[in-house]
Design a protein around this ligand. Sequence first.
Ligand SMILES: [Zn+2]
Length: 123
Amino acid sequence: MAIDVEPWLLGVPEGWHALLRALGRDIAAVCPKATIVQAKEKFGELRVYLSGANRAAFDRVDAAEQRSRSLCQRCGRPAQLMVDDGFYATLCPDHGRGFVPVKEAPIVTLRVRFRMDDDEDGG
Ligand SMILES: [Zn+2]
């Protein structure tokens, strides 16, 4: 049994379809009740969002997203993140013609934690 990834293949580049299908099987193995609420390409990386998932399922997603950074999104061959005029894509040398390799990921993720303390509001 596998998570149903078929509805999401349309929004995911063809080179990552095998990766997404494998992820569906991996998630089903560790968390059968999890469902995919969205799967897409963003900044040359596979993004998969889950509902009802456990830690192990999220770990599988992290691994697949990591893997997508080295697979051509057009053909699935070894690739790297490339950019052309602000458009990011993970592409093999063939499909990356006209693109320039990117040295650093375009995304900076900040996790900010803060406390809400209503008692010290003071007005
Ligand atoms: Zn390619």
